[in-house]
Design a protein. Structure first.
Length: 204
């Protein structure tokens, strides 16, 4: 079992502190997803993605490299845990997209596929987000809730992320996509594959 130290190693600190652009942050996130970097801002140091998302790592890493800076994601699920509690999940993803062309492509593809979606621009009205997880029929987790600037800064802390890089996230629209049903589904991931097949042209 690997030792998980409660602090960020020097190499990772240097990488994140050197990030300047939105693309820098999304590419580093892809490397964290793949295990090349051990720490991600807003995540306990030396912990990677949850086990349930491991099969999705290639698609999530590709999404980040294409310009969809992911924040949270989960597969669809519909089963009881060992205590008998029924967990129902929509396949869902949320994050930030700085490239207007990529945002349009993702939104168009999601609408054609019948996915649920939320797009929020900085300064928009407060949103409660989409319910993506229920436990025993009760709402449990939402994606796409409006971030306050303080919450966003806590997720991208100044000890790791400089102001220039942070500003690129704070200015970017937030995009949340989710499958309609609380059950296993590949539709969302197929939509991402299709929409991201064309490389982005801007670097923010």
């Amino acid at each position: 079992m690997p030792i998980r130290l409660p602090w960020t190693n020097r190499a990772d600190r240097r990488r994140w502190r050197a990030a300047v652009t939105f693309s820098d942050l999304s590419h580093l996130t892809a490397r964290w997803l793949e295990g090349d970097i051990r720490t991600h801002p807003g995540v306990v140091p030396n912990y990677g993605p949850d086990d349930e998302t491991q099969p999705l790592i290639p698609q999530l890493a590709a999404a980040n490299r294409a310009g969809y800076l992911t924040d949270s994601f989960q597969p669809g699920h519909d089963a009881a845990d060992y205590n008998g509690n029924l967990w129902e999940q929509r396949a869902a993803i949320t994050g930030f997209v700085a490239d207007p062309e990529l945002l349009t492509r993702l939104v168009d593809s999601a609408e054609k596929a019948g996915l649920l979606l939320l797009v929020q621009f900085p300064g928009d009205y407060q949103q409660q987000g989409l319910v993506v997880t229920r436990v025993n029929g009760m709402d449990y987790t939402r994606f796409g809730r409006t971030w306050t600037l303080h919450e966003l800064r806590s997720a991208w802390p100044s000890r790791l992320i400089n102001e220039t890089a942070f500003d690129t996230v704070a200015r970017a629209p937030q995009l949340t996509l989710a499958a309609p049903a609380f059950e296993p589904s590949t539709t969302l991931w197929n939509v991402l594959d299709e929409a991201l097949s064309v490389p982005t042209t801007t670097d923010r």
